[in-house]
Design a protein around this ligand. Sequence first.
Ligand SMILES: Cc1ncc(COP(=O)(O)O)c(C=O)c1O
Length: 406
Amino acid sequence: MTADRQSKVQDHFLRWWIGISEAVQDKLTLMIPGPTPVPETVLKAMGRHPIGHRSGEFQDVVKRTTEQLRWLHQTSGDVLVITGSGTAAMEAGIINTLSRGDKVLCGDNGKFGERWVKVARAYGLDVEVIKAEWGQPLDPEAFRAALEADSAKAIRAVILTHSETSTGVINDLETISGHVRAHGSALTIADCVTSLGASNVPMDAWGLDVVASGSQKGYMMPPGLSFVAMSERAWQAYDRSDLPKFYLDLGPYRKTAAKNSNPFTPAVNLYFALEAALEMMQAEGLEAIFTRHARHRAAAQAGMKAMGLPLYAAEGYGSPAITAVAPDGIDAEHLRKAVKERFDILLAGGQDHLKGKVFRIGHLGFVCDRDVLTAVAAIESTLDALGLHKTSMGSGVAATAAALAA
Ligand SMILES: Cc1ncc(COP(=O)(O)O)c(C=O)c1O
């Protein structure tokens, strides 16, 4: 037997042994908060031959996607497209609106709040951190108090994460942004990486100044594009900003966007995907998208609770994009890996000190009722197979199905 043949036989045996038949290979289901599943239409749009990025044909794509992005952000301002991941958009938000030594308030109640603090400190900002325990939401009152106490108007920006992916908590961005508005001069810079396209983020109505997001989330696309939306006040701050920047200098992006172009070679094929994905989103409608995500949150939460698995996010603050579960007394990593091995469904693990204590179900982007029901059923069946089911077999699926039927 050749080595190649031998390894195929071994692989076949291994898959049979762990319960995955040959027939289901390549049937991976992503239930993580990014990358998220990508619709066939979007994959096909992306699979065409690239075109010249200075061609009229490509400029038409940029023109159409610019309008679609404004629709998604509910803004009449600029939404700029960067080739990069969500963190590029976060960094761009800071370096284009702030100056060395500026005082900022950073909300930190999880891994991505921590990231804001790191980026702000990397650029020499004077960061005051407003913390909440992981699993708890940021307290809008803490922001109000700090902003009201700032009679010298030294605070230049309030920086926070809307949907904190590491803990599955949604922060009250609307209220916090209202307090920033009342302050008068500070900007609101928001990471909406896992809220945009899942939850309402009406940029203009809430008075947000910078909104950062990334393609591999609610956009239903592969990773590779990030988006920075800028208000008029953010552009005024841009004129004063002295932080170093080149690739992420949004000035040239704005200038070229006015001509339906980009300062550098953009990810042409990801633009094709973007247009197709946004067309799908427009066909579904914003309200329907938000309702779908809220239903899936309710269904995932109901299933977990019925199986006696506590939710990690504080009651009433669960993100519509992610449900974090803290399965008391159960090794979350062991369970997560067993679900992957038995069903090829990928759940996300806990980050940092939550590793082994928490698993997370992503229900963000191109996710339907069947996906949520299947994920809950896979978790339930795996708990049962491992002898770890805390309630009666079928209780999780029944609760999820009931929530979906409501
Ligand atoms: C809330 C949040 N912010 C920022 C990021 C960073 O995005 P990226 O990994 O695309 O740089 C993520 C990624 O998961 C996220 O969930």
